[in-house]
Design a protein around this ligand. Structure first.
Ligand SMILES: NC(=O)c1ccc[n+]([C@@H]2O[C@H](COP(=O)([O-])OP(=O)(O)OC[C@H]3O[C@@H](n4cnc5c(N)ncnc54)[C@H](O)[C@@H]3O)[C@@H](O)[C@H]2O)c1
Length: 341
């Protein structure tokens, strides 16, 4: 399967195929210096498969986990790129999940004011969502994605075979973003979750989710308006993630997609649809509720870059396949968290 994300001169193909990683040389110019960035949890053979096809490659492995989306790790990666003697015409390839993609993409965006970048996502979350659209970033402390840039990849290569090694909880975690895409704009995708076999349909689920995101990004690359819809569940989700997420020394907690899943629930206005979504969460194994200190989550949400002006735009889902943006005073987030009554 193949689709093209149309952005004028910055258009690129998204290739979806089992085994595609071994064919990267047919999809991109690897006849240059290539920094292959991966993390310690991604099976090493995936980065090696890419490196073996390059004229000159250096594999850069960062520690696994969200903590690697930091300025410190970014600096270490940039030093390695400099040490490797990379120049303007060279290339960064990310092989991993959203953490590697976001951080390596940002390294490519800032090294020599921007060099080529290719994303090879290896988690459901990164295949379904984060690998396309050009958002690259690192976190500052617990404040997510606050330092970043828009930097579109040259090609995105989704090799379904890499999912064979992905731990089940990470596999399920990424499905939250696909359920999001269904809720926002694709009733048939939501139906695959409600009535289908999710594992058997995973390639279709990834493809349809990417189509939803592609259409949005094509119309609004830099999130001037429409693209905000993709933040469904993220304002609350990021607050929950800051307080309860797996981060730094906190080894237990919720993953990003799990937090987004919880953050979406109060945004679904139709009660029947909220119940159907909860049933889908139960079916796939996403959390349906969690205990958290709502005051702390509220305080964290105020740090969110989208809430800095005293107002925040949240995305609400009035019914399946449609959404609206609602700009509310940040104090109303308290109500959504159940703090006012
Ligand atoms: N840029 C965007 O548009 C965007 C969108 C959504 C989320 N994100 C970001 O994505 C990040 C989360 O991404 P994620 O859920 O992929 O997490 P992740 O990158 O941390 O990957 C999850 C874990 O799986 C391991 N792993 C990866 N691929 C594997 C494989 N094939 N087999 C075995 N293990 C594997 C990794 O080592 C890691 O420990 C967050 O930082 C979030 O902010 C970005």
């Amino acid at each position: 399967m193949k689709m093209t994300l149309h952005l004028g001169k910055r258009s690129y193909n998204i290739i979806l195929k089992r085994g595609a990683l071994a064919n990267l040389h047919q999809l991109a110019d690897l006849n240059r210096k290539v920094a292959v960035v991966t993390d310690s949890g991604v099976p090493a053979q995936y980065a090696q498969t890419v490196a073996d096809q390059c004229k000159a490659a250096r594999i850069i492995t960062v520690p696994q986990g969200e903590a690697s989306k930091s300025l410190k790790t970014l600096e270490a990666v940039l030093y390695q790129m400099l040490d490797f003697g990379m120049g303007r015409g060279d290339l960064v390839v990310a092989v991993g999940g959203g953490v590697v993609g976001d951080m390596a993409g940002f390294a490519a965006a800032v090294y020599m004011r921007g060099i080529d970048f290719i994303n090879c996502p290896t988690t459901t979350l990164s295949m379904i969502d984060s690998s396309i659209g050009g958002k690259t970033a690192v976190d500052l402390g617990d404040t997510k994605n606050i330092v970043g840039a828009f930097h579109q990849p040259k090609v995105v290569v989704v090799d379904f075979a890499t999912l064979d090694t992905l731990p089940r909880r990470h596999y399920v975690n990424g499905l939250a973003e696909a359920i999001k895409a269904g809720l926002l704009a694709d009733a048939e995708l939501f139906d695959l979750f409600e009535n289908g076999d999710v594992d058997k349909n995973i390639e279709k689920i990834i493809y349809r989710s990417l189509q939803v995101k592609r259409r949005v990004v094509e119309k609004d690359e830099t999130e001037a308006g429409l693209r905000k819809c993709l933040n469904l569940g993220h304002t609350l989700g990021h607050g929950i993630e800051a307080v309860k997420g797996v981060k730094g020394r906190r080894k237990t907690g919720l993953f990003h997609g799990e937090c987004v899943a919880l953050g979406m629930l109060p945004m679904i206005e139709e009660e029947a649809l909220r119940k159907r979504t909860l049933a889908v969460y139960r079916k796939v194994g996403l959390p349906t509720r969690t205990t958290f200190d709502a005051e702390k989550v509220y305080a964290e949400m105020l740090h969110d870059k989208k809430a800095q002006s005293g107002k925040v735009t949240v995305i609400k889902v009035p019914g399946l396949g449609c959404w609206r943006a609602d700009t509310i005073p940040t104090s109303e987030l308290r109500t959504l968290l159940g703090l006012n009554g």
